[in-house]
Structures are given as structure tokens and as C-alpha cells.
Write a new protein. Structure first.
Length: 446
């Protein structure tokens, strides 16, 4: 962890630079706007966040996402106690079988629960433990937990309850261990340097635009029919992107309308602060855009309802194929840019040209990075495999054919692909059948 910029979104870096207290501290340390900002280091080389930086992050998160409902000094004091302001802090919790990580020492399961069930979606933690090492992500979920505790059981809770419950869980807020934590907290909080004068904004920093490159698209390996000539298309790198991707850039107005009509999607988006006309696509630790599981399910079900009615395509199959193929990344995990369903561009073009699947076009740049387009051609390929050689094929044939082509279903690699698919499908089936009541894991223990 060398530079702030590698662990913080561009918008958050801009917000830091705009604060006069951070600006003054960074300039005094030799940092300059437009250049990467070095993380402060302890004598042993471990990175840490200064008190000024911690105060700034707490205020930015609280004002932006919680309308000032949480006290910044509380957040800073808890970060001091939990991690000594070290973003890479790690503590294994034997009783829980997992570790608390990051500035606020939040459990991955707690962060996922806050995001999935409590509607705290401003930063994603889906399937990526390393995200909690990112300073703003850790602070956000620490504040989210504090915010949730503040109205525990439907009533306004005291500062003492919140702090002790943060350490020992709501049911441990009266234990001796949390009493000691509360006493330490009070001492630490008094020592936090709170700015006496209002923090002013300085001129915002201009961010560089993302470069565009080209990749060669090769002939399909999964179709045993005719081939399509290779071509070059401009694509955006599937690695780190500097700006957010938006759903409206990746889906038609009609598809967006259908997504908004689904109660679970509407609820997820509104709680994340999204609005009609500008819905952000989630990003992982490497800032790669991906779909949440709810979004993937919605896209799959809408696609099948609209374009494959009467066809026996299991939505669980498509979700599982997306999970093992792309990890739900809209560009895919590699440099081939084969999208959510990992369908080769030339395969999609063959399905469009020769097989009559013409709802979505694939002769435009970045076509397969569009979730509905990729899902449509993934489903089309599944349908084609299901009827291969004019007879109804088994689920195993379809899946192994999807992974290695109809001619490669006997390859050892497709056996592994099939087993991964079964595991992913079982996971989705279990989650879709889960009841609303789920067990909650507390944030951390001392």
C-alpha cells in the first residue's frame, strides 16, 4: 500500500484534496495535485492514516452518505482503538472463524450483511475481503454499523451503548470487556485534535481521462459451424478504471425501465443513493465494474421472459455460468473482453448472423460489456447447445459444451468446469430460497 490513489476512488481523492486541512498537510509533505499521494509509513514500513486524513474521511463519509447523523469524533476514536489508524490491520476472531480487517476492523460477514440486508450500498464488498482494506470502504461500513446501532431495537441509543456494542455486539454491550473498551474510548476521544476553524474547500483536482485501446478478436472456439473474420474493436480496459460506469451507458431505456420495475432492484438502488438516469455499476477491489447477485438474477430473468419464453432455459444455469466464467464482471476477468457470459464476440456474431438471434446488435464497440446483450447471447448459445444435432441434450452436455464447445465436452478441463458449475448453481439455489431472517455476526471483539 504505497499510494492513496491505488486504494481510493478518484471521486474520494478529489474530495480529500478539496479539504483545506488535507491540502495543507499533503502540500507540506511534498505531495502535489495530479500526482499520486504517498501513504504515511511507520518505522516498520506499515502504512497508516494521519489524524487529519482520518478526520477528513470520517467527515466526507458522514456528510455524503449519512447526512451528519454520526459524530466524526466517535468514528476517529473507534478507528484509533481498533486499528491504530492502520488500513492493513488484521485480527483473526477464533470464535467467529473469520478476521476483522481494515481501519474500522469490520468483519466481511458484517459488511456483507449491512450491504445485503440493511441497504448500505455506497461501496461494494461483495465477494472481496480485500475491499475492507480500502480506507474509504472500511470507514463507510464502520459508520454504517454505528448508524445501525444508534437506532437498535427501534429506539435512539446512547453513545455508551453504541461504542460498547461496536466492540462486543449488541448483546455484549453490558459485559466487563466492553466496559473497559468504553473507558479507553472516552480517553482516546478526548485526545482527538478537532479543527477549531471550519474546513474550506480548495480548487478541485482535474482527473485524467481513461485511455482507449484495441484488442484483436479471434475466431470462435466454441462453435463448430462457419467462422467469422477477426476484427478490431475499441474497448475500455477491464482492469482499473478511473471513473464509474453507469447502467444507462450499458442498457437500453426499455431494459432500464424493466429493472426499475423490479421491487428488489428498486430497493437496492434507492438505498444505495442511485436515481433514475444515473445508476452506478458496482466495482470490485481493482475497480472493475460488476453486477451484484440481485442485478444478475434480474437481468437473466428479464432476458428469458422477454426473448426465450417457452424455451426450457433455467435462470439458475445462466447465473451459475456467469459466476464461474466472469465472476459477474461486465467486461470479464481477462483481456479478451468477452463479457458477463464469456461468449466470444465471433460466437455472438455467428448467432446473430446465421442463427437468427437479432434482438441485440454485436457490431458495435464494447457490445458484450452490456449485461443484457451478453446475457442474451449467452442464453442463445445455451439454447443452441440444448438442441445440438437436432435432439434434446442433457444439462451436463450443455454446460460442458458451453465451456469447451460441442466438440470438447470430453476434455478433462470441461469436467472441472462442470463441477464448478454445480457448486455455483447450488450456491445460487440456496440463496434464492433463503428466508428474510438471517443470523447476524457482530462487528468485532477485543
Amino acid at each position: 500500500m504505497k499510494f492513496w490513489d491505488d486504494w481510493v476512488d478518484p471521486a474520494d481523492m478529489a474530495a480529500m484534496w478539496e479539504r483545506s486541512d488535507v491540502y495543507a498537510e499533503w502540500i507540506a509533505a511534498g505531495e502535489r495535485p495530479g500526482r499520486k499521494v504517498h501513504m504515511s509509513k511507520l518505522s516498520d514500513g506499515k502504512p497508516y492514516v494521519t489524524q487529519t486524513e482520518m478526520w477528513a474521511m470520517a467527515n466526507i463519509i458522514i456528510q455524503r452518505h449519512f447526512k451528519g447523523a454520526v459524530e466524526p469524533a466517535m468514528v476517529c476514536a473507534i478507528a484509533e482503538l481498533e486499528s491504530s489508524r492502520q488500513p492493513l490491520a488484521y485480527r483473526f476472531e477464533p470464535a467467529l472463524g473469520e478476521a476483522s480487517t481494515g481501519l474500522m476492523q469490520t468483519l466481511q460477514s458484517t459488511a456483507e450483511w449491512l450491504a445485503r440486508d440493511m441497504g448500505y450500498h455506497a461501496y461494494s464488498v461483495d465477494w472481496a475481503v480485500t475491499l475492507l482494506y480500502r480506507p474509504f470502504v472500511s470507514v463507510y461500513y464502520g459508520v454504517a454499523y454505528i448508524h445501525w446501532l444508534s437506532s437498535y431495537c427501534g429506539k435512539q441509543q446512547s453513545e455508551e451503548f453504541i461504542v460498547r456494542a461496536y466492540n462486543g455486539g449488541p448483546h455484549g454491550s453490558h459485559s466487563k470487556a466492553t466496559l473497559h473498551y468504553w473507558q479507553r474510548y472516552q480517553s482516546v476521544k478526548k485526545a482527538i485534535p478537532i479543527p477549531k476553524t471550519p474546513v474550506k474547500k480548495v480548487m478541485p483536482v482535474k482527473l485524467e481521462a481513461e485511455k482507449v485501446k484495441t484488442v484483436e478478436v479471434m475466431k470462435p472456439v466454441s462453435v463448430d459451424g462457419g467462422t467469422v473474420e477477426a476484427q478490431e474493436l475499441p474497448v475500455v480496459s477491464s482492469g482499473t478504471t478511473k471513473e464509474w460506469s453507469f447502467w444507462e451507458e450499458k442498457a437500453s431505456a426499455e431494459d432500464m425501465m424493466q429493472l426499475w420495475r423490479r421491487p428488489e432492484i428498486r430497493k437496492e438502488w434507492l438505498r444505495a443513493g442511485e436515481r433514475h438516469g444515473r445508476v452506478r455499476i458496482c466495482r470490485d477491489a481493482q475497480k472493475r465494474p460488476y453486477l451484484t447477485k440481485l442485478e444478475l438474477r434480474a437481468v437473466v430473468e428479464i432476458t428469458l421472459e422477454n426473448h426465450f419464453a417457452g424455451k426450457e432455459i433455467d435462470p439458475l444455469m445462466l447465473c451459475a455460468l456467469a459466476e464461474i466464467g466472469s465472476q459477474r464482471l461486465i467486461y470479464g476477468p481477462g483481456e479478451n473482453q468477452t463479457g458477463l457470459m464469456q461468449t466470444e464476440l465471433t460466437t455472438a456474431q455467428w448467432l446473430f448472423r446465421d442463427m437468427g438471434f437479432k434482438k441485440y446488435r454485436v457490431d458495435v464497440p464494447d457490445a458484450l460489456s452490456q449485461p443484457f446483450t451478453s446475457t442474451y447471447f449467452g442464453a442463445a448459445y445455451v439454447q443452441w447447445l440444448a438442441e445440438h444435432n437436432g435432439k434434446k441434450q442433457s444439462e451436463e452436455f450443455i454446460v460442458r459444451g458451453y465451456g469447451g464447445g460441442p466438440g470438447g465436452i470430453n476434455r478433462p478441463a470441461t469436467v472441472t468446469y462442470w463441477l464448478k458449475y454445480l457448486e455455483a448453481k447450488a450456491m445460487y439455489a440456496k440463496e434464492w430460497n433463503l428466508k428474510d431472517s438471517r443470523r447476524f455476526n457482530r462487528c468485532s471483539v477485543q
